[in-house]
Ligand binder design. Structure first.
Ligand code: KIV
Length: 297
């Protein structure tokens, strides 16, 4: 359920997200990469807004999230920060920013918090991330985990596909998620795994599990906002995306009508233009556009 801001005006915080699981509240999470989207999504009552590194594919035109830089994330996080009042703002740590040592990771995360205005960071991976998560948490930086399909591992995986399909892989996933919880994450994104396995992970953890392509039994759901709005240009649409609007068609229609009007001389009209004041028109001997018809016999 989406709560309207007026109905649930209190600021969403990291402790509130943790507590939501015990209260049985289903959190609503979406991505945003810019100020207008952030305002709209926040004002509609979204609980967590993620500046996802999916911005690499969605708004920067890359084939994957791998090329996204810390500077890209900072630029977009700052814009989103200016548009968000109520939601918890989480920024993705891009590929390469937490792989070369814990001190480097702390430095990158602190930039996202101090310069970007993020209230928490998200990073991908399971047991191999325990040390870095512990270090970030010990420096008072709230961390969201991300397991299952981890798009930054594209070069290792070869393609984006369903994860945890075997019993061994499912057991390893549950163990990874437990280790992240133990390391101190306040929530975990679980991406593209079978519904039954998502339920196992959700039941095994005390922190909220935020599903994407993981079925309805997770504690929360997240989607890429551009997918939900029909503004995505990816070649395939994953089965877990529900498109609630077709803004690509709406924008194409608006731009086509504008182009037709410009070419036909029908835009702008007089009411969309600025008239010259009457005294200046008289002094210059000009007929004012709006007066033309009145003066005609
Ligand atoms: O980058 C992103 O948008 C994400 C979500 C899909 C969870 O990580």
């Amino acid at each position: 359920m989406v709560y309207l801001k007026q109905q649930r005006p209190e600021k969403v915080t990291v402790p509130a997200v943790r507590a939501s699981k015990e209260r049985g509240e289903r959190l609503v999470c979406l991505t945003a990469y810019d100020y207008p989207t952030a305002r709209i999504v926040d004002e509609a009552g979204t609980d967590i807004i993620l500046v996802g590194d999916s911005l690499g594919n969605v708004v920067l035109g890359y084939d994957s999230t791998v090329p996204v830089t810390l500077e890209d994330m900072l630029h977009h996080t700052r814009a989103v920060r200016r548009g968000v009042e109520r939601a918890l703002l989480v920024a993705d740590m891009p590929y390469g920013s937490y792989h070369t040592g814990e001190t480097e990771a702390v430095r990158a995360a602190l930039r996202l918090v101090k310069e970007g205005g993020a209230e928490a960071v998200k990073l991908e991976g399971g047991r191999n991330r325990v040390e870095v998560i512990r270090r970030l948490v010990s420096e008072e930086i709230p961390v969201m985990g991300h397991v299952g399909l981890t798009p930054q591992s594209l070069n290792k995986l070869g393609s984006y596909r369903l994860q945890a399909k075997t019993a061994d892989a499912a057991r390893a996933l549950v163990e990874d998620a437990r280790m992240l919880e133990e390391a101190g994450v306040f929530a975990i994104v679980l991406e593209v795994v079978p519904r039954e396995i998502a339920r196992m992970v959700t039941e095994a953890l005390r922190v909220p599990v935020i599903g994407i392509g993981a079925g309805a039994d997770c504690d929360a759901q997240i989607l890429v906002t551009h997918d939900l709005l029909g503004l995505s240009f990816s070649r395939t649409s994953p089965r877990f995306v529900r498109q609630y609007a077709n803004l690509r068609a709406a924008i194409t229609d608006a731009v086509t009508r504008y182009a037709d009007d410009v070419r036909a001389g029908a835009f702008p009209s007089d009411t969309e233009s600025y008239p010259l004041p009457a005294d200046a028109a008289a002094e210059l001997g000009l007929t004012r556009a709006g007066d033309e018809e009145v003066k005609k016999p």
